[in-house]
Design a protein around this ligand. Structure first.
Ligand code: PFF
Length: 472
């Protein structure tokens, strides 16, 4: 038996398809949707960016999500083990995903910690006439407080994953994700009812193509990968807990749909409020932590909206970071060296330690640049989101499209009738292993199959490669 799959027989499974969808959509919906997407729309020409993002999402993101989940469900193992079952030579692709997981977990929980600080200050005022930019700079550059909130966030992350797939990840995703959607709707209704909010809606939906250039497309691709948690094995690991009876296509397709709806809704919840109070929509990363607290302070009922908004952010960040952690934990438990509790403890300690320099890179270590002009935090984000995840995506497409079982293909079965003339059985296909996995051995329908095959073999690897090379 393979070294990476010694425990596969007693592997956990989701208790329901709904549980899987909530967990996987929880992984996808995160800071990427609530924080990055709205400010990217603000900076990159409103709906011009949305259109580019949507095209990349439909033609690259969605097909790759299906491919990644398929590998996991096929292997019923962690990323290294599942890729290894396709070909032992491919284990490194899974291993690269684990490395990406460590890198993501070094900076993502730092922001999770900031959210805890802002949630706390939704209850406890910042004082009279606060300078929000200064508050943010003071907090993030402080050598101890952000590390304490990082620790609190890491403990929450740890506890959910330590409780296991069904009793931890699935149970809490089933609570947090619906709560998140309800809160987001409340915030959206509140902002849309503000005087002057319509300007913000117009800003979002007015396409300003003058802001679009090569870099915009690059940013959009990075955002598709980051937002869908693609190319590093998180979706693969969640797919590995799907049962062989589930309808893989139907379950997978809901993930990008929920993810995109939340990103759009978050933009509609945030931008109009920014406009209503005459703040800058192009504020960038500062939008959530500097502009929004100022907006909430001016808004009637802002105190309440601030509490629920930062609760929403916290839930979104948690359901994403648990999926990053689960990939690493599943690798150790599948190997059989440690039980879940020990594995989660070990990995959580390591990532907490990795988080400390990332947190300090806003203060004490701000002079250290790993890439020119990029602090430790920014460099980690850059390596994971702009290099490793897209590269993982290219490898994912190549593995599924070209390597697994000789590559994606399906052939129509030709059956001869009694006279010996060929009768084409239109719905009878000879599937390769990957297609068999998606269609439950040919028993389920797989809509858009031919288009999917074409995209996985050609479009996804070539487009991402082109953008990737351009980027480097
Ligand atoms: N999709 C998450 C977000 O949009 O915030 C980020 C993420 C989660 C990336 C899980 C990778 C991952 F494995």
């Amino acid at each position: 038996m393979d070294n990476d799959n010694s425990q596969s027989s007693n592997r956990a499974h989701w208790s329901s398809t709904f549980g899987f969808i909530m967990a996987a959509a929880g992984s996808a919906v995160g800071l990427g949707n609530l924080w990055k997407f709205p400010y990217l729309v603000g900076q990159n020409g409103g709906s011009a960016f949305i259109v580019i993002y949507a095209l990349l999402l439909v033609f690259i993101g969605v097909p790759l999500v299906i491919a990644e989940i398929t590998i996991g469900r096929f292997g019923q193992l962690n990323p290294v083990g599942s890729y290894g079952l396709i070909s032992p030579k491919l284990k490194w692709v899974g291993a690269m995903g684990l490395v990406t997981g460590f890198i993501l977990l070094s900076f993502y929980p730092v922001v999770g910690g900031w959210i805890i600080y802002y949630l706390y200050h939704s209850f406890v005022s910042f004082g009279e006439n606060p300078d929000y930019a200064q508050i943010f700079a003071n907090y993030t550059s402080n050598p101890t407080y952000p590390i304490i909130t990082l620790f609190i966030f890491s403990v929450m992350n740890y506890l959910i994953v330590a409780l296991g797939v069904e009793k931890g990840i699935e149970k809490y995703s089933k609570i947090m994700m619906p709560a998140l959607l309800i809160i987001l709707l409340i915030v959206t209704f509140r902002t849309l009812s503000l005087d002057g909010s319509w300007e913000g809606v117009k800003f979002i939906f007015h396409p300003d193509f003058s802001k679009v250039n090569g870099k915009t497309i690059l940013v959009a691709v990075g955002q598709v990968f980051f937002s869908l948690s693609l190319g590093m094995g998180a979706m693969l690991t969640y797919g590995s807990y799907l049962s062989k009876k589930d309808n893989l296509f139907k379950s997978s397709i809901s993930i990008p749909i929920i993810d995109t709806l939340v990103a759009l809704l978050a933009t509609i919840a945030i931008m109009p409020a920014v406009f209503a109070f005459k703040f800058e929509p192009t504020a960038g990363p500062a939008l959530i932590f500097i502009t929004l607290p100022a907006v909430f302070a001016k808004m009637p009922m802002g105190f309440f909206i601030s509490i629920i908004f930062f609760t929403l952010m916290l839930f979104a960040a948690l359901t994403s970071s648990i999926s990053m952690l689960e990939g690493l934990v599943s690798y150790i438990t599948d190997k059989g060296h440690m039980k879940r509790f020990g594995a989660t403890t070990l990995v959580s300690i390591i990532i907490f330690l990795l988080g400390i320099p990332c947190s300090l890179s806003f203060g004490l270590l701000s002079h250290i640049n790993i890439f020119p002009g990029k602090s430790i935090f920014d460099s980690m984000d850059f390596i994971a989101s702009n290099i490793l995840m897209p590269f993982g995506g290219i490898m994912l497409a190549i593995c599924v499209g070209w390597i697994w079982d000789g590559g994606l293909r399906y052939e129509t079965i030709i059956v001869r009738n009694q006279k010996g003339n060929p009768d084409v059985v239109t719905n009878g296909y000879v599937f390769n292993s990957c297609l068999k996995e998606i269609t439950n051995q040919g028993t389920l329908n797989f809509p858009f199959m031919s288009a999917w095959i074409f995209i996985i073999k050609w479009v996804a690897p070539l487009v991402v490669l082109a953008i990737f090379i351009d980027n480097l």
